[in-house]
Design a protein around this ligand. Structure first.
Ligand code: FRU
Length: 525
């Protein structure tokens, strides 16, 4: 009976909700009716309780909480009038869903953007010593778009004085008008020590434009970046700009992340990056090779950016991406909700050749500390095996963290196959002869919803004699980290149950040095 009442309340809530008439109580959550155990529901990844989600937004750390806002449409499981959904976490693993933070208004839908802690109250939004959180987002005005105008995307701001629980939009929005560029969006703001100003990194068509401001309200154009650099076969979106030290040295470089859609290395959407310098006004790409470098070579890591406000004493650069691809995001076969985020990753910059730097992305220490200890699956741990078939049962768990170190066979392919009791398989083929990894999702579960999902995923990888592979296996994704995250390959899947077996096979000899698993509990139960 009680259950039915809640169900009725939930249904009435959905029926009477209107995206332009905010109700302060509306929550992207109803624990009573959301079981988090539906078919395909990720168990260690963030998902909205119900309805449509895309990009992570406004990621900011403040007062002991990691905030995650996200592109959210509370009335459907396909994209629609965008809101900012909201959740907080103390450990980057468990998430508490909070009420919707930003609703569309007469200026437009609320597209992607960022949030900062305005410690010095440069914006003047702070009151009674309360430090304001300030969010910058893109207004997307549908009426103007339909009227055929080009200036329908502008930037707005909002602030919160209660740890992000409620937000007030600035009365004089928009703070940055559009000069007539159709794609003019996704502001990522950071404080710049060199110029003592806020820097806004904005995606403008297939380039980036930098603006600066003393107060987050008045913005002045500084420079543009992108012509002739990186990929340009799609629109540039969701940029991020940050300084980072080269691992093991004091040398500081600036990294510019730029998502592009389409134009990813395996089709559809993906995130490229540039490494160079930013002098407070101008970004210079120091890489001689104009080919893009990719944050992730899989199909399903898009629009990812990093958290602002991480204390200096922590100093990490923490990243999260949307685990889908615009090629098929709106038709993936989940029922109650659509899309998940990646596991939060720490980004590091490493030198890979003379004057050549690359990003390494690896699950954060919070993920490492979450769940049980590693179990050795090799009968004699440390043993050097030379076999042509190695089989490992992972046991039973909500999700698995699996690690294998191996020397793939020299002249033939070595396949790491994940499978479940329904004979659904996810194949990772290591081909040393051509230094390539191929991922085959053909039999991975439901693949019927889109032909692009069925295509093989090709990744150039430096396959040496001792390859370290870590796989984060959840109900609906396999995130692969090679050699400490130098290559990241994220792919979603829709099997009837989680993969719980690993077979490694080749028609020639190969060696397995270690095979370990950590069993992970659900973050929701
Ligand atoms: C990226 C994106 C952004 C935009 C948002 C709209 O996935 O297209 O550029 O702000 O999604 O939901």
């Amino acid at each position: 009976m009680k259950k039915n009442i809640w169900l009725l309340i939930f249904i009435l809530g959905v029926v009477f909700s209107s995206c332009t008439e905010p109700s302060p109580k509306k929550k992207a959550d109803d624990k009573t009716v959301i079981a988090y155990s539906e078919l395909y529901r990720p168990q260690v990844h963030f998902t909205p309780p119900a309805k449509w989600m895309n990009d992570p937004n406004g990621m900011v750390y403040f007062d002991g909480e990691y905030h995650l806002f996200y592109q959210y449409y509370p009335d459907s499981t396909v994209w629609g009038p965008m809101h900012w959904g909201h959740a907080v976490s103390k450990d980057l693993m468990h998430w508490e869903h909070l009420p919707i933070a930003l609703y569309p208004d007469s200026l437009g839908y609320i597209f992607s953007g960022s949030a900062v802690v305005d410690d010095n109250n440069t914006s003047g939004f702070g009151k009674d010593g309360k430090v304001p959180l300030v969010a910058l987002f893109t207004y997307h005005n549908m009426k103007q778009e339909k009227a055929g105008r080009n200036d329908y995307q502008t930037q707005g701001i909002a602030f919160s004085l209660d740890k992000g629980r409620t937000w007030e939009k600035y009365k004089e929005n928009p703070v940055l008008k559009n000069p007539g560029i159709r794609d003019f969006r996704d502001p990522k703001v950071s404080w710049n020590d060199a110029s003592k100003k806020w820097i806004l990194t904005l995606a403008t068509l297939d380039c980036i434009t930098f603006f600066s401001s003393p107060d987050l309200k008045n913005w002045t154009k500084q420079s543009e970046f992108g012509k002739g650099m990186g990929g340009h076969s799609g629109v540039w979106e969701c940029p991020d700009l940050f300084p980072i030290k080269v691992e093991g040295s004091d040398l500081e470089k600036w990294v510019l992340l730029v998502s592009i859609n389409p134009g990813g290395p395996n089709g559809g959407s993906a995130t490229q990056y540039f490494v160079g310098n930013f002098d407070g006004k101008v970004f210079t790409n120091e890489r001689k090779n104009p080919e893009p470098r990719w944050i992730d070579s899989g199909k399903d890591n898009y629009a990812g950016v990093t958290w602002s406000g991480i204390p200096k004493t922590d100093g990490r650069r923490l990243f999260l991406g949307w685990m889908s691809n615009w090629q098929y995001a709106t038709v993936v076969p989940t029922q109650a909700w659509r899309s998940a985020m990646t596991i939060p990753r720490e980004l590091k910059l490493v030198q890979v050749a003379d004057e050549e730097y690359a990003i390494k992305g690896y699950p954060t220490s919070e993920f490492e500390n979450y769940g049980a200890k590693w179990d050795d699956l090799l009968s004699n741990p440390g043993q050097f095996q030379s076999v042509s078939l190695a089989q490992f049962a992972l046991g039973k768990a909500a999700a698995f963290d699996y690690s294998v170190e191996l020397d793939p066979s020299e002249s033939s392919k070595t396949t790491i196959q994940l499978s479940n009791n329904f004979n659904e398989t996810f194949d990772i083929v290591l081909d040393k002869t051509i230094q390539q990894i191929r991922i085959n999702r053909m039999k991975s579960g439901d693949v019927s919803f889109n032909p692009e999902f069925q295509k093989e995923i090709l990744v150039p990888v430096n396959l040496i004699d001792h390859v370290k592979i870590r796989l984060v296996i959840d109900q609906a994704s396999v995130e692969m980290f090679i050699d400490g995250g130098l290559t990241e390959i994220t792919n979603i899947v829709f099997p009837k149950e989680i993969y719980n077996k690993v077979d490694i096979r080749s028609d020639q000899k190969f060696s397995v040095f270690s095979s370990k698993v950590r069993k992970l509990n659900s973050i929701w139960h």
